[in-house]
Write a protein that binds this ligand. Sequence first.
Ligand SMILES: NC(=O)c1ccc[n+]([C@@H]2O[C@H](COP(=O)([O-])OP(=O)(O)OC[C@H]3O[C@@H](n4cnc5c(N)ncnc54)[C@H](O)[C@@H]3O)[C@@H](O)[C@H]2O)c1
Ligand SMILES: [Zn+2]
Ligand SMILES: [Zn+2]
Length: 366
Amino acid sequence: MKTKAAVLYQPQNPLVIEEVDLDDPKQEEVLVKIQAAGICRSDWHFMSGESSISLPAVLGHEGAGIVERVGPGVTRIQPGDTVIFSFVSSCGKCYFCSTNRPSICDLHMSTSSSMLDGTHRLHINGQPITPMGKVACFSQYSVVPEIACIPYESKVSPMVAALIGCSVTTGVCSVSNAARVESGSSVAIIGCGGVGINIIQGAKIAGATKIIAVDINNDALEFCAQFGATHTINASIENVKTRISELTGGLGPDYSFESYGSAETVELACEIVRKGGVVTVVGIAPNDERPTIDPVALVRQEKTIKGTYYGSSNVHINIPQIVDKYLNSELNIDSLITRTYSLDDINIAFQDLNSGLVGRGVVIEF
Ligand SMILES: NC(=O)c1ccc[n+]([C@@H]2O[C@H](COP(=O)([O-])OP(=O)(O)OC[C@H]3O[C@@H](n4cnc5c(N)ncnc54)[C@H](O)[C@@H]3O)[C@@H](O)[C@H]2O)c1
Ligand SMILES: [Zn+2]
Ligand SMILES: [Zn+2]
């Protein structure tokens, strides 16, 4: 079949909207009509060339849709199911899946430019197209692994479901699964966009009592107060280290999170956390950036630095829990969605992401 999709041919060039070929679902795969796709900075990293991907590619990894057809061997999913996409398709068999770390599945990562079997469903002029995260949801339709589909109650809107597919789960699980923030703690978040706001919400759920939002955009800081930030610091006009020290009795926060993606902000996250504190790096820095970290301070101050992919989540357990938290009003996802687009306007959506508009944009017309 044909599907209209947004294709990345060259970094630093706009996505091209065009019809591409989409094969039938193969073994343990399903055909999904996309209903919503969020605009995440991880897509932008590929468009800008800060991250690399085999080209051409169809981006879009924060998505939700409705299952149209299932391929052979599919047992969990049926046509008509509404599903949230996981941008990691865990094999269930490798060392990391077997030790409950499915977000860093070996098979998923070693087949990053294709489906799990190493072949492609998307083509243009006979040439294969990389499906980002094996879900490629900047498209009318996508063929995705069955394991990438998490069914959800259709009373949740597709826009909310899409955001749960990346920013909400990444943010909330970075707090619960990666950092394991304890009740009563102090937390600082550097970079308060789609992901950072969900770290704020996760910290609130975990019972953190001081939640310090750090950003360079005043609008972003004002916006994140409604999600639970107790204090804000504008890093472009205030001295972050001094202000953090004042707010935490000279100690620094128990936990710091980096959710922008640069060497500079990783360094800041490491410097501000208190002795014995935990730094969790969520943002994806440009490929060639390297933070400078003082190894002696690391030792003498017993700091822990950890990275987390997809919030170190097990999506098949954590996403249904997050849906429940949304339905119980513990998570505010509705207010996070501030603008919607048609697929034809996807390049405008990325301009808006980079111009500092607050909240998340979502493509809803395909
Ligand atoms: N680890 C993962 O699994 C995972 C998942 C999703 C996204 N990400 C990454 O997380 C990062 C954030 O993604 P997003 O979609 O929330 O982006 P976003 O653009 O919505 O938010 C980024 C925020 O960082 C702020 N910022 C920019 N420079 C800053 C600085 N020097 N100091 C403090 N704040 C600064 C921006 O003003 C903005 O509010 C990206 O690098 C993205 O690729 C990682
Ligand atoms: Zn994302
Ligand atoms: Zn695996």
